[in-house]
Design a protein around this ligand. Structure first.
Ligand code: UD1
Length: 427
């Protein structure tokens, strides 16, 4: 299995291109199931999760074709054609490896009135149930049956009725599923306390480009007037605000200067505000953001929250950065119950972190030291890479497949801006 080796201590500097957003890609791809016409997605990141989702779409009978992409290019263009579906099932083997597979549930129901999807089961960052996905779909007319670890959802008469649902807590995935399903319902649906993440806005815009009618995009109330049919479209995936935020932390923790190219600063306001509060210079340009950290890092008090709050997907990377802060920081994780698995690994590199329930107190240390560490999930892995970039000596990060799920050609992007980083196989 591959490992990443980092010899820390280099200040990063230069221009670093940001890829299309993983989490947007994973909700835009299933939109293709809603129409028999082709959906072309541009700026799709080259990631293991995107390949996995393509594979799932293939199993359902959709074809996926990559156009004119050269190996040196970041991102790809993919055309998905779901002319006729040959299956309406997302099997356990796929859902277990990639939780986002449950995002075929809504579009399959919307397209053919039927879907059978494996329950995802446990996940490294907590329990992560799908009860809200199911309740929302039920509210717009789905009938559900659970058996043998699967949920079977059907639309009576082959088409969902539409209906109203108010989420008790904000869920990104459940909002995505119900919006996709409602797009082709017979009637109108009103979804309240919907997630407002930029990836949901991207989803709604893509659906509108396919002929859907959605009101309130970007707000917590979405009104979706069902359409008889959707058509094909060409749509560009939004920039990855979490990848951009991660590399901003890389600039900060190495005392460097990075221009992150192809980002939408307005989508990552909470991250940029937190960096500024920590004393990092942030300069917003038309399609890029310059991050400069020459005067050290100040401590922060941060709590994760649904958008527009501070993203849970940035918590681990900020924790790594704050290990080098001048003072004690307090981080509180409010979204997932078990998202501090990077703490013991960071501690092996000399970090001083105490966890009390959902709160972590991070005392800045003078130096981090390289060590062999093990990645446990995607963003946790990135926190170890960040710590490695700032540590003295060599850090070896194993279980690199977590990083490959969400960071396009990480070692290539980082070495181009001065990091001493390489991928080695066990050979
Ligand atoms: C998405 C993102 C993930 C991010 C998360 C929160 C994708 C592919 N993943 O995950 O990177 O960390 O949003 O921003 O886009 N919940 C329930 N019942 C449900 C659904 C969720 O109780 O049916 C709970 C979850 O356990 C969690 C909270 O709601 O505590 C928020 O989860 P949710 O927003 O649904 O996260 P995901 O869509 O899984």
């Amino acid at each position: 299995m591959d490992r990443i080796l980092i010899r820390g201590g280099n200040r990063l500097s230069g221009r670093l291109p940001i890829s299309g957003a993983k989490n947007a890609a994973l909700t835009l791809m299933p939109c293709a199931l809603l129409t028999d016409e082709p959906l072309t997605l541009r700026n799709l990141p080259r990631l293991a999760d995107v390949d996995g989702f393509g594979h799932l779409l293939n199993q359902l009978g959709a074809s996926t074709a990559i156009q004119g992409s050269r190996p040196e290019d970041f991102g790809r263009v993919m055309t998905i054609r779901a002319g006729t579906l040959t299956s309406t099932e997302a099997p356990y083997d796929i859902v277990r490896k990639m939780r986002a597979s449950i995002l075929v549930l809504g579009p399959l129901l919307g397209r053919g009135g039927e879907a059978r999807v494996s329950l995802p089961g446990g996940c490294a960052i907590g329990n992560r149930p799908i009860d809200l996905h199911l309740k929302a779909l039920e509210a717009i007319g789905a009938e559900l049956e659970m058996a043998a670890g699967y949920v079977k959802a059907t639309a009576p008469g082959g088409r969902l009725s539409g209906g109203n649902y108010r989420f008790p807590i904000v869920s990104v995935g459940a909002t995505e599923n119900v919006v996709m399903a409602a797009a082709t319902a017979r009637g109108t649906s009103r979804i309240e306390n919907a997630a407002r993440e930029p990836e949901i806005v991207d989803l709604c815009r893509c659906l509108v480009a396919m002929g859907a009618s959605i009101d309130g995009i970007g707000t917590e109330t979405l009104t979706i007037e069902g359409r008889d049919r959707l058509h094909g479209a060409t749509y560009a995936v939004m920039p990855d605000r979490i990848e951009a935020g991660s590399y901003a932390c890389a600039a900060a923790i190495t005392g460097g200067s990075l221009e992150l190219v192809n980002v939408a600063a307005s989508d990552m306001r909470a991250t940029l505000d937190a960096l500024v509060e920590a004393g990092v210079t942030v300069e917003e340009r038309a399609r890029s953001v310059l991050i400069e950290a020459t005067g050290g890092i100040g401590p922060l008090t941060l709590s994760t929250a649904p958008y527009p709050g501070f993203a849970t997907d940035m918590q681990a990377q900020f924790m790594a950065m704050l290990c080098r802060a001048d003072g004690a920081s307090v981080l509180t994780e409010t979204i997932f119950e078990n998202r501090y698995m990077h703490v013991p690994e960071l501690a092996r590199m000399g970090a001083d972190i105490r966890v009390h329930g959902r709160t972590a107190v991070v005392k800045g240390v003078d130096r981090l030291t390289g060590a062999p560490v093990m990645a446990t999930d995607l963003r946790a892995s990135m926190s170890l890479i960040l710590a490695g970039l700032a540590a003295e000596g060599e850090t070896q990060v194993s279980r690199v497949y977590h990083l490959d799920r969400g960071y396009e050609r990480l070692e290539e992007k980082l070495s181009a801006v001065g990091a001493d980083i390489e991928r080695v196989g066990d050979g």
